[in-house]
Design a protein around this ligand. Structure first.
Ligand code: NCD
Length: 314
C-alpha cells in the first residue's frame, strides 16, 4: 500500500482539481473498500463527521451513493433532495445557503443546475465542496467512478479505444470523463448527432493530453475498434424548449446491428438514467456493465470522502 495522498480540505469542482497520482490513489483505495473485496473495516473512519448533500436538481444514483458511502464510513448525513422545501424557494442566494450549511457540516456535496455553481459554492464555503454536477458543465465524481469501472472491468485504465455516444454538448459526465480518459492515455471517438457535438473547449483539453479525438456521426463504423462504449441520454432539461428536444428524440439507439460491429469483449457503460437509447435486450450482453458501474459509485465516493476528511489510511 502506497502513502496516502493528502487531500484534506480540498474542493473537487472539476477533474483538473486532481492530479493523475491523486486519481490513482483514490481508485486504489476504492478497490480496497469495494464490497466485492471488503478487506477493510470502514465504520469508524468518519465517525464524528457530518456530510451535507445539497441537491438542487434531481438525482438517484449520485445522491444515494454519496449517502450510502457516508453511512458506510460512519458519518452522519444532512441535506435535501428537493430545493423547493428550502430557503432557495424564498429567494436565498446559493452563496448564502452554502455559507450557512458549511457551518453545520464538515463537507458539502452539491448538485445545482447552473454552470459554475460549484465554483461559487466552493468560494463561499468554509468546508470542502464536492461538485456532484453543475448544469451541463462538470461531473468529476462520475468520471472517477467511470474510470474505476473501466479498470475493474478490463484490468487497466489506460490504452483503450473509447467511443462516447450521445448528447455530448449538454452531457456533463462526458465533459469530465473525456478529459480524464485522455489524461490516462486512452484514444477517444466522439459520436453525436449534428448540433450536439462535444464542446470545443473539451476537445481542446483532450488534445493537450494525447491524440486528437476522432469525431464522427457514423456510429456503426466507429464501433469497429472500440474497447469501451460509453452511451449517454439526450439531456432533455438542457434544451431551450421541447420542440428543439423533439428534433433529436430517438436519433440514436444501441441496436443489435450496432453491437454486431463491435469486438466480442466490448464493455458498455452508461451513467444512467437511460431513456431508451440502450434497449433492455442489451442488458444480457456480458459487457453491459452499467448497473455494476452505478454500484461502483459507493466505493469510489467512500475513497474520495475518506481522502478529503481524514489522514487515516485504511
Ligand atoms: C448523470 C447526470 O446527472 O449528469 N447521471 C448521474 O449522475 N449518474 C447523467 C444524466 O443525468 O444523464
Amino acid at each position: 500500500m502506497g502513502r496516502p495522498v493528502a487531500l484534506i480540505g480540498r474542493d473537487l469542482v472539476t477533474i483538473d482539481d486532481l492530479t493523475n497520482e491523486e486519481v490513482e490513489d483514490i481508485l486504489a483505495l476504492a478497490h480496497r473498500l469495494d464490497p466485492d473485496r471488503q478487506r477493510v473495516k470502514t465504520r469508524g473512519l468518519l465517525a464524528d463527521q457530518i456530510i451535507a448533500t445539497l441537491f438542487f436538481e434531481p438525482s438517484t444514483r449520485t445522491r444515494l451513493s454519496f449517502e450510502a458511502a457516508a453511512h458506510r464510513l460512519g458519518a452522519q448525513v444532512i441535506g435535501f433532495a428537493d430545493a423547493t422545501a428550502t430557503s432557495a424557494k424564498k429567494g436565498e442566494s446559493l452563496e448564502d445557503s452554502v455559507r450557512t450549511t458549511s457551518g453545520y457540516s464538515d463537507l458539502i456535496v452539491l448538485r445545482h443546475p447552473e454552470p459554475g455553481s460549484a465554483r461559487r459554492a466552493a468560494d463561499a464555503s468554509e468546508v470542502p465542496v464536492v461538485n456532484a454536477g453543475d448544469g451541463s458543465q462538470n461531473h468529476p465524481t462520475q468520471a472517477l467512478l467511470d474510470l474505476y469501472t473501466i479498470e475493474k472491468e478490463r484490468g487497466r485504465l489506460s490504452d483503450h479505444n473509447v467511443v462516447l455516444l450521445g448528447d455530448l454538448r449538454h452531457g456533463r459526465t462526458v465533459h469530465s470523463l473525456a478529459v480524464l480518459l485522455a489524461r490516462f492515455g486512452n484514444r477517444l471517438t466522439f459520436v453525436a448527432p449534428e448540433g450536439l457535438e462535444m464542446p470545443r473547449t473539451v476537445v481542446a483539453a483532450c488534445e493537450k493530453h494525447g491524440p486528437a479525438p476522432r469525431q464522427s456521426d457514423d456510429l456503426e463504423s466507429a464501433m469497429g475498434d472500440a474497447d469501451v462504449f460509453y452511451v449517454t441520454r439526450l439531456q432533455e432539461e438542457r434544451f431551450p424548449d421541447t420542440q428543439q428536444h423533439r428534433l433529436f428524440a430517438g436519433s440514436y439507439t444501441v441496436t443489435p446491428q450496432v453491437l454486431a460491429q463491435a469486438r466480442d469483449d466490448l464493455t458498455i457503460l452508461h451513467p444512467l438514467p437511460r431513456v431508451g437509447e440502450i434497449p433492455t435486450e442489451v442488458d444480457v450482453h456480458p459487457g453491459a456493465a452499467y448497473f455494476r458501474q452505478a454500484q461502483n459509485g459507493v466505493p469510489v465516493r467512500m475513497a474520495l470522502l475518506t481522502r478529503l476528511l481524514t489522514e487515516t489510511s485504511p
